[in-house]
Design a protein around this ligand. Sequence first.
Ligand code: PEP
Ligand code: MN
Length: 358
Amino acid sequence: MDYPLDIDLDWFNELSEYPLLIAGPCSAESEEQMLRTAEYLVETKKVSVFRAGLWKPRTRPGSFEGVGAKGLPWLKKVKQETGIKIMTELARADHLDSILEAGVDMIWIGARTTTNPFAIEEIASRLKEVDIPVFVKNPLHPDMGLWLGALERINKAGVRKLAAIHRGFYPFEKSDLRHIPKWEIPIDLMIRCPGLPLVCDPSHIAGLKDIVPGIAQRAMDLHMDGLMIEVHPEPEVALSDAQQQLNFESYTTLLDNLVLRSNTFKQGEIQDLLTQYRNQIDSVDAQIFELLAQRMDLVDKIGGYKRDHKVAILQLERWTEVLRTRTAMAVQLGIGDKFIKKILDLIHQESIRIQSKH
Ligand code: PEP
Ligand code: MN
């Protein structure tokens, strides 16, 4: 049984109409860049919260690691000059004081932080003393326990203004996307934490600007409560995530074209469970097909190799081994052996057909 989250929804409902729109650059780079972006966004009236990362968690040293505390006055100025609410990533507990001092309205916890229960614990214990809404991004790898655990730890520390952000998961397989959405996981979160606001970050899922709108639409089709989108005045020269940030025009176009299926759907209501499960199945099926396509791609490569080395296509010994190990794997996962045998036979037939083309 999950720990039932004790959440306040009023703050979220007061924040905006549906959907909540959070936008702004991946990283704060200069005061001018921040103000230009915020002024544009506010003018569109299609934004409720301005985002900008100050301390950037980069995978390897040497890349731009953010302007740090230097960007806080810029963020503050954005709020003063445009009236928009401001938001940044809280990466370390000891950044909290300066963030609050600058008047930051809400924070998000980054994917790398959610991955680490020690860091979450430290942040949660600091959050006990303050009242600020916290958005928790999913961890890098598809582990529901870590995501729920971070939400629970922060909630147990007394933070009731809580929300989640779905930003996709690290792709272990080849993918056109920077991070795999695995929609079944955020849907599972909706089922397990009814009412918890859930925002999608299509920018970090897509990784490429042209793919962002499709992901944003999918999130809306699943009735997620909002979007967090990276926007930069000149994405080509952005110091981080240059390929995925939208320029001003693309941001407006995305929102103009966004189809909201039901504007009567209010955050806090839950879709019927059947639809939720069906949406999860859609996502899992898509992943099964992507993996099957990858398998066939490898089969095709092997076909070329066998031709070049004059090796027979059918290697009975290998196939017997595949059947034996895969059946054992499947049975362990609760899949019937007769069923898996049928699937494996079909896959094998198709593999032979593909290799025979060489
Ligand atoms: C970000 O929002 O800029 C960011 C670093 O996100 P994530 O933690 O999801 O990678
Ligand atoms: Mn980013």
